[in-house]
Design a protein around this ligand. Structure first.
Ligand code: NAP
Length: 259
């Protein structure tokens, strides 16, 4: 399917690895020029080079912490007028409800709620002026079904989801389409780190921890960044213009719900 977005420009946050990289690759395959971002320069350089070689699109690398206000301003000065924005950042650490201080909550809110909101606030006006824009926020299945050890994530992402529900409907009349993409368990460094934590806590191997988690998913496997990226690219495409303020769950059936 031709996604109809060849020649557009996208900012893909937190995209040197994992789900962000999956989104960057799929957009590049559709002919979209990219600004890719991460804190670590080496992995970002390697991923950007691979995308340039594979798809022949322009890729600007921006090294910086997307949760930092100054870094965001610098990023926007390198690409002030994107057609597509994919927001993403690292997820908060696991723990117990009684572990977290106000500071921990503020950090999680900053990364997984206030950063995507700040990026949208900065970029939506230009999209509205052009009469076209696509925003995909990478959130989590925890929005639909809480993950008890990820209370910080549950809280911050619920806030972003509420914001998007209202804002998406305010900007849709001007051709700007905002949706959220909710990953279930995907095969990335983040999933490995969570498996490692469970293995250490339960005294089992990481492979056993992974097999245990995979067995809870009806698809009986972890999702791939490529599958995730393809869904993201569709949500950024011309064909997604009637999809407004939705929360698209990609979880192999893990959330046991009718709707
Ligand atoms: P990942 O494999 O750890 O990759 C994270 C990527 O984001 C890396 O490129 C990392 O590069 C970059 N990054 C992290 N923090 C950043 C920051 N503050 N500023 C700029 N770049 C940053 O993680 P993932 O699995 O793709 O997860 C992406 C998001 O989806 C996370 O919020 C995660 O909680 C959520 N999620 C993931 C899963 C899953 O199963 N994988 C499930 C549900 C939700 P640097 O470290 O070099 O900055």
């Amino acid at each position: 399917m031709d996604l109809g977005i060849s020649g557009k420009r996208a900012i893909v946050c937190a995209s040197s690895k994992g789900l962000g990289l999956g989104c960057a690759r799929a957009l590049a395959e559709a002919g979209v020029d990219l600004v890719m971002n991460a804190r670590g320069a080496d992995a970002l350089r390697a991923s950007a080079a691979d995308i340039r070689d594979s798809f022949g699109v322009d890729v600007v690398e921006f090294v910086g912490d997307i949760t930092d206000e100054g870094a965001r301003a610098e990023l926007l000065s390198t690409c002030a007028d994107p057609d597509i924005l994919v927001t993403n950042a690292g997820g908060p650490p696991p723990g117990l409800w009684s572990d977290w201080s106000r500071e921990d909550f503020l950090k999680a809110l900053d990364a997984n709620m206030l950063t995507p909101i700040a990026l949208m606030t900065a970029i939506l006006p230009q999209m509205i002026d052009k009469g076209w824009g696509r925003v995909v926020n990478i959130t989590s299945q925890s929005v639909k079904s809480p993950i008890p050890v990820l209370g910080l994530s549950n809280a911050a992402r619920a806030g972003l989801t509420g914001y998007v529900a209202g804002t998406a409907r305010q900007v849709a009349p001007q051709g700007v389409i905002i949706n959220n993409l909710l990953p279930g368990i995907h095969d990335t460094d983040r999933a490995d780190a969570l498996d490692k934590g469970v293995a250490a806590e339960k005294g089992i191997t990481q492979d056993q921890a992974r097999a245990n988690r995979a067995s809870t998913i009806p698809a009986r496997r972890y999702g791939t960044p490529a599958e995730f990226g393809a869904t993201c690219a569709f949500m950024c495409s011309q064909h997604a213009g009637f999809m407004v303020g939705q929360n698209i769950l990609l979880d192999g059936g893990a959330v046991n719900a009718t709707l």
